[in-house]
Design a binder for this molecule. Structure first.
Ligand SMILES: N[C@@H](CCC(=O)N[C@@H](CS)C(=O)NCC(=O)O)C(=O)O
Length: 259
């Protein structure tokens, strides 16, 4: 997400800031510790699935500049990463969600073949729309990274907001080119029109109850919660706004023991 050069520079801030190589296990009462970013759509997919399965989790916010918290994961440098209570480390949002579902099996319909197809659509086609829609200007990037104030100490938060926002705004054009996006809002709205058609006249894509696809799309859109992109989505797609509220109500609250 951030400029590699900036990360290299910041990671050299001293050995006292580094964690050991063993991942911290989840605290008592939590089934897993989830390492993620507040604005990562894939991490929110896992969080929405944990709400659905009523799984208690611990959240560890990863510093996007240093990634010190996931130092234990030498080859996989992306989030989400989950460390379960049996010590297993699972990477990739879909695999973490599968482990949650293995531990708390839902109804057969929940993860039907078509629900899985549309959940994959959420992570492969909708999620890539999130980043360009949070990073159009330096100011937007600053706003997207404002969560750092509550998640890190003042010095790290300052660096994340300034250096991070610069890296993010510089990467904006590159990401748009990668996905062939001209107008990021129009591209997002196009995907949402597809999703709106999938829900149709039912309360959820899954029918009377959410299925894995509902949970995945809800999760992906969770990454823009509280940001201008979310307001624009709800204004342009009121049906999706109403659907989001229904999913919220169906999922219930998040069970988090330690942030
Ligand atoms: N396919 C992966 C995608 C994960 C991913 O791309 N995560 C982003 C954050 S949204 C990341 O960690 N990028 C690397 C970085 O920030 O350096 C999944 O579903 O978990």
């Amino acid at each position: 997400m951030m400029a590699t050069a900036a990360r290299r520079l910041l990671v050299r801030r001293g050995p006292t800031r580094r964690l050991g190589t063993a991942p911290p296990p989840p605290p008592a009462g939590a089934a897993l510790r989830l390492f993620g970013y507040s604005i990562c759509p894939f991490c929110h997919f896992v969080r929405s699935a944990a709400r659905y399965t009523k799984t208690t989790i611990a959240l560890t916010e990863v510093n996007p500049l240093t990634k010190a918290e996931i130092k234990f994961s030498e080859t996989h440098r992306k989030v989400p990463i989950a460390v379960f209570d049996d010590g297993s480390i699972v990477v990739e949002s879909a695999a973490i969600v599968d482990e949650l579902l293995r531990r708390s099996p839902p109804s057969e319909d929940f993860a039907s073949e078509s629900a899985r197809t549309w959940a994959a659509w959420a992570t492969h086609e909708l999620a890539p729309m999130v980043y360009p829609n949070l990073t159009k200007t330096y100011g937007e990037c600053r706003r997207a990274l404002s969560y750092a104030d509550g998640a890190f100490g003042p010095m790290d938060a300052l660096l994340i907001k300034h250096v991070g926002a610069l890296g993010m705004s510089l990467a904006h054009g590159k990401i748009k080119r990668k996905y062939g996006i001209e107008d990021e809002r129009a591209a997002l709205f196009e995907k949402l029109a597809t999703w709106e058609a999938r829900i149709g006249d039912r309360p959820f894509r899954g029918g009377d109850a959410p299925d894995l696809a509902d949970v995945a799309v809800h999760g992906v859109l969770g990454a823009v919660a509280g940001l201008p992109a979310r307001d624009d989505v709800v204004e342009a797609h009121p049906k999706i706004g109403a659907w989001l509220e229904r999913v919220e109500a169906a999922l219930g609250g998040e069970r988090v023991v330690v942030r």
